[in-house]
Design a protein around this ligand. Structure first.
Ligand code: UDP
Length: 405
């Protein structure tokens, strides 16, 4: 949805927790006219861009002068930033001097034309981190880190740390992802937009039409995992768990993910998934285009139980999406999944294929507990995982950082 037809704050009153919109307006009082600049490295694709697209119009509506700038660079810049991303998350690869220079040079070049004047500047992820060199007097700078920094490769972290130390604060998704730093650290979970095509209410008839058009039958329970075809999402483990489930209960499994044409690792994983599925007509491997938001919405609503059996995870927004749709979730006990799911309350946290199968069997056998858990999941998502909470967190940050300016 373009900002021109983006929802207004009051549109969220029907879905957000009671008082949430009043709180947002209260927090925005006194901030009118303040300027808030976000800088990241892409306007499309990925969770950071998706949420900025939704949050910025709401900040504007609150009369906060919000801008979003994007750092760009030559192809070598993207190679360097990919290397930073992978090595910060534990890949055992070097971050050679030439790459470090390419990374810093993109910021130096950007500083020649980008207007960085704002009361609060939020720099997203490591790509634009060295822009702090262009900080103006009186403005506050926050680094919003969206990745797991708990065990970075040393060489990469040594290149980044001197820049990070010059910021006024760092924001992490999860406490487990943070590092000890000589600056205030804040914890802000990501969020989902309940009014986006991915998450808005859909009439039952539309859900059925879309899911049937994807070839998924609705005459049996549907188990669903939506994820990129990536080893850490463990789609092959999901298939093994499904086989154990089917020894006792009839069901179909849907593994929905993006087409992997331009991603060699994804294509390899997809081939392994297809091999594991071995032509089983009850295992539906769906390759969806990047804008299949309504189809994903429909699949999540049609699912009996949603699975996110990751063995390593950032935040895991698919869990929030499923919870918001009132589904119990069986999720791997890793990363942000543990921050979202309450084991035995809104779903089950699992460690193994057998544990996953056991949790699925229990849920499939007990409609009452599915409904109870689903209702609690939706309430948890309503309170903690919606964009309105995210907006309030950003307003708190603006107040805190710009109180004295
Ligand atoms: N998603 C999608 N199409 C796909 C697979 C995933 O649109 O084929 C969406 C999914 O609904 C979620 C996001 O991509 O909104 C994935 O976010 P998550 O945090 O779960 O995992 P990531 O891919 O960032 O590791």
């Amino acid at each position: 949805m373009s900002p021109a037809n983006a929802p207004l704050l009051d549109d969220y009153a029907a879905v957000a927790p009671a008082g949430a919109i009043r709180l947002v307006r209260h927090l925005a009082r006194g901030l009118s006219g303040r300027s808030f600049l976000h800088v990241n490295s892409t306007r499309r694709g990925g969770g950071v861009a998706e949420i900025l697209n939704r949050l910025l119009p709401l900040l504007d509506e609150l009369e906060i002068r919000t801008r979003w700038e994007v750092i760009t660079g030559p192809p070598e810049f993207y190679d360097a930033t990919k290397r930073i991303h992978n090595t910060l998350q534990g890949a055992d690869l070097p971050f050679p001097r030439a790459m470090q220079e390419t990374w810093r040079e993109a910021s130096a070049a950007t500083l020649r034309h980008m207007d960085l004047g704002a009361d609060l500047v939020m720099i997203h992820d490591p790509q634009p981190l060295p822009l702090i060199d262009g900080r103006r007097e009186g403005s506050r700078w926050i680094w919003r880190c969206h990745i797991d920094l708990s065990q970075p490769q040393r060489e990469t972290w040594s290149a980044l740390e001197p820049f990070v130390r010059r910021y006024d604060g760092a924001v992490f998704h999860l406490a487990d992802f943070a590092r000890r730093l000589p600056l205030p650290a804040y914890l802000i979970h990501p969020s989902i937009d309940p009014l986006s095509d991915k998450n808005r209410e859909l009439p039952r008839a539309e859900v059925e039409r879309r899911v049937t058009a994807l070839g998924v039958p609705l005459d049996r329970p549907v188990l669903l995992q939506v994820s990129r075809f990536d080893p850490f999402k463990d789609p092959v483990g999901v298939i093994r768990a499904f086989r154990l489930v089917r020894q006792v209960t009839d069901a179909v499994l849907v593994l929905a993910g993006g087409s992997a044409d331009d991603d060699p690792e994804g294509a390899e994983m997809l081939a392994r998934v297809k091999e594991a599925a071995n032509g089983d007509p009850d295992i539906h491997v769906l390759l969806l285009p990047p804008d299949a938001h309504l189809d994903i919405n429909a699949l999540q609503r049609a699912a009996t139980v949603v699975i996110q059996k990751s063995t390593r995870e950032g935040f895991g927004l698919t869990v929030a999406e499923a919870m918001w749709k009132g589904k119990p979730v069986v999720g791997g006990a890793v990363g942000g999944i543990t921050a979202q799911l309450r084991d035995g309350v809104t779903g089950h946290l699992v460690h193994t294929v057998e544990g996953c199968a056991h949790a699925l069997r229990r849920l499939l056998a007990d409609r009452g507990s599915r409904e109870r858990m689903g209702a609690l999941a939706r309430e948890h998502a309503r309170r903690h995982l919606l964009i309105t909470r995210h907006l309030a967190d950003y307003l708190h940050m603006l107040r805190l950082q710009t109180a004295s300016s």
